[in-house]
Ligand binder design. Structure first.
Ligand code: KG4
Ligand code: ZN
Length: 353
């Protein structure tokens, strides 16, 4: 089965051709990062206009790189949410136009499900049930993932934990902005932190004591904001590496502590790490080491598949299409689309997907 994937949920215009869900024939990503950098974050109106300009050449490039044409594909998969409404509209509408003109089936893919599938390319034989931690600029979610088929063809998700405030990547981006380091902050902080002492500053890690598997990152960010306000010299070069290495260690500790709690409660076979923050070198190192101690398999995507891409959307879409789950042609993008409702829904708490 040959599938065209299209991803435009945020600031990447991406298209990919994937065979049978795990063989990438092409994977084209146009990042708008440079356009948004002067604003310190993504500007939604600019993002959707850029998608409009780029969607056609990027899809054409994906076909060209794969040596395939529209006639060759068996289906088209596009992200339908969550994300920026204007951005989502461009990719999904383009996919619908291709579907209308060819009669091929359409898969509407949840972006978060796509991130989970980003580990499937290198680990098609991954072991389930798994705990999947999706950490990006917009999301920090922990899912319990079961497979009816024993592989990636038929997954079921339960949301067991999520951030109560900022997403992990958002905390990186905000701290970088605070220190005037540029956007996106994750890769910059990752690089600078390598030269700092991880134990230089001890941030109080928020303890969530209601027995949930939730995360919280805003406390660490606020602590840094206060420290920088009180001591402007922290912005100076010689002190930055220690501050950033300590910040990063706290974020990684938070992510591992909750994951470890989930492992003890749920006994998975494997841990899957995905999303933009999964590129973080310290996060990978700690998870690799600790999952090894727990005797668990640990899967994470290759760097090009950690940030937003269309190969992961094509992979998740392939599973939908193989199961005969076709989207209607009038499907609308949903900026708040959920992959699973929280386990403890009904309680009046803030949560994000
Ligand atoms: O998955 P993604 O491309 O977009 C969303 O769906 O949000 O993730 C982007 C996020 C940004 O917040 C960026 O700062 C973060 O991933 N990121 C990193 C690293 N590379 C990207 N965070 C920490 N360390 C990195 N090496
Ligand atoms: Zn993403």
């Amino acid at each position: 089965m040959l599938v065209l994937g299209i991803e435009t949920s945020c600031d990447e215009t991406a298209a990919a051709i994937v065979r049978n869900g795990y063989e990438i024939l092409s994977n084209v990503i146009y990042s708008q990062v440079k356009i948004h950098t002067p604003y310190g974050g993504v500007v939604p109106e600019i993002a959707s206009r850029e998608h409009l300009l780029k969607i056609r050449p990027i899809v054409d490039q994906a076909f060209h790189d794969a040596g395939k044409t529209l006639n060759d594909v068996d289906g088209i998969a596009a992200t339908s949410g969550p994300g920026l409404i204007g951005s989502l509209l461009v990719g999904l509408t383009y996919a619908k136009a291709l579907v209308l003109s060819t009669g091929k089936p359409l898969a509407a893919v949840n972006h978060i499900e796509g991130h989970i599938y980003s580990v499937s390319f290198e680990h098609p034989g991954a072991e389930f049930p798994a705990l999947a931690l999706v950490v990006s600029g917009g999301h920090t979610n922990l899912f319990w993932v079961e497979s009816e088929s024993g592989d990636f063809r038929h997954l079921k998700y339960k949301l067991v934990g999520r951030t109560r405030d900022d997403a992990a990547g958002e905390a990186y981006d905000k701290v970088a902005k605070l220190l005037g380091l540029g956007y996106p902050g994750g890769p910059i902080i990752d690089r600078i932190a390598k030269t700092g002492r991880r134990d230089a500053i001890r941030f109080a890690i928020p303890k969530i004591t209601d027995g949930s598997l939730d995360f919280s990152f805003s406390g660490i960010k606020t602590a840094i904001l206060k420290m920088v306000r009180e001591n402007e010299s922290l912005k100076e070069d010689p002190l930055r590496p220690d501050l950033l290495a300590s910040f990063q260690e706290s974020v990684v500790n938070m992510l591992w502590t909750v994951t470890a709690k989930a492992i003890a409660q749920l006994h998975p076979q494997s841990i899957m790490l995905s999303g933009g923050v999964a590129a973080n070198s310290r996060l990978r190192e700690v998870f690799q080491e600790r999952t090894g101690e727990e005797g668990l398999k640990f899967y994470f995507p290759q760097p090009i598949l950690t940030t937003d891409n269309a190969a992961m959307i094509a992979a998740a879409g392939t599973a939908h299409l193989m199961r005969g789950e076709f989207a209607e042609i009038d499907v609308s993008p949903d900026p708040n689309l959920r992959l699973a409702v929280p386990e403890r829904a009904g309680q009046n708490r803030r949560w994000r997907l």
